[in-house]
Design a protein around this ligand. Sequence first.
Ligand code: FES
Length: 150
Amino acid sequence: MPTYQLNVNGKVHSVEASDNTPLLWVLRDELNMVGTKFGCGIAQCGACTVHLEGNAVRSCSLPVSTVGEKKITTIEGLSEDGSHPVQEAWKEIDVPQCGYCQAGQIMTATAFLAKNPNPSDEEIKDAMHGNICRCATYNRIHKAVSTAAK
Ligand code: FES
């Protein structure tokens, strides 16, 4: 199996994996970064969202062989202690119900707000609509993104 040097959360990790192994499984099974979740496995739900060079991507559908030297950020790398402004807003609004999708929601929100720090309600809806929450915490998610943007 080939070896890949992956830059995850500011540190280079050497991992062995077959070319088409999704990044999600490398993160979870090889690097033990289990904050990133598996939902659908077909790029439809957003539970597996991480950042690649600051862009939100679905790691369940991203072969590890395509990552190269690009910087990966997972929920574990967003802040040392959960104090990223988006995480603070999530706590303030008390967003999660079961919690399963929330890391992916937060990774989508942080990538979005980094590019659009002052979004309209419509822009927030557009940015977040592809991340599914089966507890339907959508109103609180919207409010938290809006709060973090202030
Ligand atoms: Fe990747 Fe659903 S698990 S989008």
